[in-house]
Design a protein around this ligand. Structure first.
Ligand code: SF4
Length: 278
């Protein structure tokens, strides 16, 4: 473990770390990696350290809570279509409300805006339903499937992930956002995730996906949906993903958890802990 990491650790509280040592936690993190964990590591290694090694508890962000509830309603919609069962709007709203009351990922500080945020999230979901109905006779290939890919032959950790929806061999991932995504940039900014899904899909089906789609549900006064269509993952994209996974692996092995100060710090929940890093 580097001295820089040790200094960060000693200045932060570690109530969530339990009885396991940092070394044991890092050894576990080296076994498997998800696209979201890899993305955070690439964004800021110190933030990754605070969240996944020290497990410093933080209040859940309101936007994440809204996104989770919308995602639960989407999941209920897709599951009903998978089972070829009808599902009323009320049943979907029940799924949304049940997810809303789930505090297993921490409480949210709503600052008095909970009812308004809940209504906004539901309006967002209704907009999606209206603009992107699933045809009655179209059964998804897979929904919310948790899969993994053994990449030992490449000298890499096991890749794990959950595919939101696979429809006619196209991998679809849902996002909620407060700003309209730029279609040209979004393919680049989400490439770790989309390439990760493609690798998972290919390992588990033995087939190439026909394409990837990001469905952004945009939380504006007048909600809207932006769908970004992408071709199948290219060989170059897979190579890039594997290089990034290698950087994750060697970074963790070296205990390299330096901060990356930048624009992302404005919304970092570990800002105070980070200021004490030396
Ligand atoms: S404040 Fe910035 S540099 Fe510090 S941990 Fe957060 S994202 Fe990283």
């Amino acid at each position: 473990m580097s001295a820089r990491t040790t200094n960060a650790a000693t200045t932060a509280s570690t109530p969530g770390a339990g009885a396991r040592s940092e070394k044991e936690i890092i050894a576990e993190l080296l076994q498997t990696v998800s696209a979201s964990r890899l993305t955070l590591f690439l964004q800021c290694r110190l933030k990754f350290f605070f969240r996944y090694v020290l497990s410093i508890p933080k209040p859940k962000a309101p936007a994440l809570h809204v996104g989770n509830a919308v995602h639960a309603a989407l999941k209920a919609r897709n599951r009903a279509r998978w089972l070829q069962q009808p599902l009323s709007l009320k049943a979907l709203h029940d799924s949304y409300s049940a997810a809303w009351t789930d505090e297993s990922e921490g409480k949210v500080d709503w600052a008095g805006a909970e009812a308004e945020e809940k209504a906004i999230g539901w309006r967002l979901f209704e907009t999606y339903l209206r603009e992107h109905p699933l045809p009655e006779d179209l059964k998804p290939d897979a929904i919310e499937v948790s899969i993994e890919a053994d990449l030992r032959e490449h000298g890499l950790p096991r890749l794990v992930g959950i595919l939101d929806l696979v429809l006619q061999s196209r991998i679809i991932d849902y996002k909620t956002s407060s700003t309209t995504p730029n279609p040209e940039r979004v393919a680049h900014t989400h490439e770790v995730q989309t390439s990760g899904y493609a690798v998972l899909y290919r390992h588990n089906t033995g087939q190439r996906e026909l394409g990837l789609e990001l469905h952004h549900l945009v939380k504006l006064k007048n909600p809207k949906v932006v769908v970004t269509l992408m071709p199948p993952m290219s060989d170059e994209q897979q190579t890039r993903l594997f290089h990034l996974m290698d950087a994750y692996q060697t970074g963790l092995q070296r205990g390299d958890f330096v901060p990356s100060p930048g624009m992302q710090c404005a919304c970092c929940e570990f800002f105070n802990e980070c200021r004490r890093w030396k």
